[in-house]
Design a protein around this ligand. Structure first.
Ligand code: 8X3
Length: 249
């Protein structure tokens, strides 16, 4: 039977790469996002197995409307990938913008739980799966990670909690925790600062969106008795640094 995946944030980066990967393997793909023209471009590329669902995860009514408008062929969802999310800023907490913090919480936390709540009955009905995009920032604090890291720690722990609650339903839940990956994510985080982008990725051989898509495809196509609880990924070029110690002058 043909399987259907719903990917939030399919207008760029990981979401676009996943849409291509799953469609190429014969899945039906629902891609959500705010930018209709990008979803239409993806549909032109992927074909009829892609359904563009224009909506905003931070706008509950728009999500409900998009789900209610799903064509019959896309109505049964086997896999929800909560990919929509963002980081805003790299400033220390004491000089961050409260608006930025609230936007990250609205998207990475509130939007994710709202959509998950809406789709749980369908996912239980089909013994489906949920893949949540967390981050290494959930596991490892770093300067300027403050609220972003907090939202991703929420995503990780929410994923584990879901697993507990869904015990016996056959629904699988996975938290994917990528490190340095080259995508628009960084341009959004820095407000479009191309020089910072180039500096961050220069010579780093960062993960690519296709690497994340391949990983999630693997997770989703394992035998149904296997659940990957958490999966942390980094490029080989990334690892840990020593703790910082502030000393009085
Ligand atoms: C993105 C990875 O290293 O910028 O979630 O926190 S990192």
């Amino acid at each position: 039977m043909t399987k259907t995946i719903l990917i939030t944030g399919a207008t760029a980066g990981f979401g676009q790469a996943m849409a291509r990967r799953f469609a190429s393997a014969g899945w039906q793909v629902i891609g959500t996002g705010r930018r209709a023209e990008r979803l239409e471009a993806l549909k032109a590329e992927v074909g009829d197995s892609f359904h563009p669902a224009v909506c905003d995860v931070t706008d509950d009514a728009s999500m409900t409307e998009a789900l209610d408008a799903l064509p019959e062929a896309f109505a049964g969802i086997d896999l929800l990938v909560n990919n929509a999310g963002l980081a805003l800023g790299t400033a220390p907490a004491q000089s961050s913008k409260l608006d930025d913090w609230q936007t990250m919480i609205a998207t990475n936390v509130t939007g994710l739980v709202s959509l998950t709540h809406k789709l749980l009955p369908k996912l239980i009905e089909r013994r489906g799966a949920i893949v949540n995009l967390s981050s290494i920032a959930a596991n490892w604090p770093y300067p300027g990670g403050n609220v972003y890291g907090g939202t991703k720690a929420f995503v990780q722990q929410f994923s584990r909690g879901l697993r507990s609650d869904l015990h016996g339903t056959g629904v699988r839940v996975t938290s994917i925790e990528p490190g340095l990956c080259e995508s628009e994510f960084t341009l959004v985080r820095t407000g479009g600062d191309q020089a910072s982008y180039d500096k961050l990725y220069g010579g780093a051989h960062a993960l690519q969106p296709e690497d994340i898509a391949e990983t999630i495809f693997w997770v989703a196509t394992l035998p149904p008795h296997m659940n990957i609880n958490q999966l942390e990924l980094m490029p080989v070029s990334q690892s840990w640094a020593p703790f910082q110690v502030h000393r009085d002058a």
